[in-house]
Design a protein around this ligand. Sequence first.
Ligand code: ATM
Length: 241
Amino acid sequence: MGARGKSRSGILITFEGVEGSGKTTQLRRLATLLRQDGYRVVETREPGGTPVAERIREVLLSTPGKHPATESMTAACEVHLILAARSQHVTHVIEPALQAGSIVLCDRFSDSTFAYQGYGRGLDLAALQEMNRLATGGLEPDLTLLFEIPVATGLARRRKFALEQNRLDHEAHEFHEKVRKGFLALAARAPQRIKKIDGLPHPETVTVGVTSVIQAFLTKARTKRLTTVMHTQRMRPHRRS
Ligand code: ATM
């Protein structure tokens, strides 16, 4: 846990994966289940989560040729925008929620920067880690769920369901492959924090997997007295009705 996270009582859980991995659907489902069990939950996303960060998101994801991006974006510009948005988000949303004892569910966070800008764009990972530390003040997720899905399946899902393709959706297949491999490399380096979840089955089946990882995590957190989000009721496993 980073310096910034030490005094807080909440829990930061991040959702990661390639495009179309189903992480956003699972985040919403988990938020509902945790609230039903009496937890205070904050749902948020990156890039975005605050008014300023959402404006940065628009710049980041708009397609070249469309307002406001009328030129191609360099990798350095991209990462600075992402980290600028993260700084706003951590300071104005995530940290206050953690201090208040909430469970924060964040759709993408630092691992996306390492996977997309590091492994995908080829920016230096050590430099990215330093830059990221500046943006987060050292805050790291307590738990990360990595939704695993083949790139081709994820992109096909995106084409089917997304209203509009964003700038990164238009990247070549190889770029998304590098990102996927990057996520897997990050998971291999931090197996305690990053839990892989098979994103291929029906969303209800995926939710069963998510629930079991979360239950195990919350039980361990209670035992270690890691947190005061504490709640006596145990989370009910999600079942198909
Ligand atoms: P979502 O589609 O999951 O909301 O993410 C938006 C994009 O932001 C996603 N690419 N596409 N397509 C990945 C990108 N992104 C990065 O490249 N680096 C980051 O650090 C973050 C948080 C997101």
